[in-house]
Design a protein around this ligand. Structure first.
Ligand code: KDG
Length: 313
């Protein structure tokens, strides 16, 4: 596939407690898969963009499941299978408002991703390359893979999208910040939450903060602020958009949905207002269900949100 979203990273199995409360009282765990880049690829594909994912999975049933979900979602999987376990993530809700995530990914297949796993021709023919700040946190080889992918894209004139996605369970803020500065300098499109932005720029006013982020390199910088909406600085103009109000069941995955919506519209050449409208709607859909990506919308569904009590017959 060409002209679509190309991404790379770790996709893991997810064991999610079905009930709210302490994990040790969880009677049932449901098995699924997730990973930030996987989530973005699925989201963009559901909105009509071609999507390709590069990564490693183990020769195990969780690896089978990852590949099965990619096939089911019509995302092109460029996966290398290795003799290491597919990583796992344990997810539970201590209360309706507190979600806890624990990783079991040290030594995992996905954390062994390396530059040789990539296909430069696929990256060169992408509409956009999307990477996250999670992958460099997995180790030197994945960090190098991200660097190599970005270099290949830049040399070919392919726009580079970066979502900082700071994960404090994977590395500390000081180490992350050094890598984030490099990623941001090479990005055309940047997504950051308030706390991630604060690692790079000291500024409380979101409209000023997003301009400062854009001044670090990207022509498009987007500050994603959850329920408070988003602020973007695109080619020197600041645009704000309110969040779409929904009943949130699980906040994890909202950022990936947002990115998927934004990139899908970018690939269609839509203006920033449309990109942000689809991004906020897609991110909102993500939080309406327990999984990280299962609730992501098709194009037909985008307009449904906000229609409280809607019955589709
Ligand atoms: O953004 C959601 C992701 O955080 C989740 O799907 C798992 O990729 C993941 C990670 O490393 O946290």
């Amino acid at each position: 596939m060409s002209g679509g979203v190309v991404t790379l990273g770790e996709t893991m199995g997810v064991l999610r407690a079905s009930e709210v409360g302490p994990l040790h009282h969880a009677g049932t765990l449901r098995l699924g898969v997730a990973g930030s880049e996987f989530n973005v690829a699925v989201g963009a594909r559901r909105l009509g963009a071609d999507a390709t994912w590069f990564g490693r999975v183990g020769n195990d049933e969780v690896g089978d499941l990852v590949l099965r979900e990619l096939r089911a979602e019509d995302v092109t999987a460029r996966a290398v299978r290795v003799e290491a376990p597919t990583g796992l993530m344990l997810k539970s809700s201590r209360s309706h408002d507190i979600t806890s995530v624990t990783y079991y990914r040290t030594g995992s297949a996905g954390s062994q991703l390396c530059a040789d796993d990539l296909d430069e021709d696929v990256i060169r023919s992408a509409g956009v390359l999307h990477v996250t700040g999670i992958t460099p946190a997995l180790g030197p080889d994945p960090a190098h893979a991200v660097h190599a992918a970005v270099e290949t894209a830049r040399a070919a004139g392919v726009p580079v999208s970066v979502d900082l996605n700071f994960r404090s369970r994977l590395w500390d803020a000081a180490r992350a910040t050094v890598v984030f500065r490099e990623l941001v300098a090479g990005a055309d499109i940047l997504f950051a939450g308030d706390e991630e932005a604060a690692l790079l720029v000291a500024e409380d006013d979101p409209a000023v903060a997003v301009r400062k982020l854009a001044a670090l390199g990207p022509r498009q910088a987007v500050l994603t602020r959850g329920e408070r909406g988003c602020v973007a600085a695109v080619d020197g103009t600041v645009v704000e958009r309110a969040a779409v109000p929904v009943r949130a069941v699980d906040p994890v995955g909202a950022g990936d949905g947002f990115v998927a919506g934004y990139l899908a519209e970018l690939l269609l050449g839509e203006p920033v207002e449309r990109r942000l409208a689809t991004a906020t709607a897609t991110g909102a859909f993500a939080v309406t269900v327990p999984g990280d990506w299962e609730g992501l919308p098709s194009r037909d569904e985008l307009a449904m949100l906000g229609s409280s009590g809607l019955v589709v017959r």
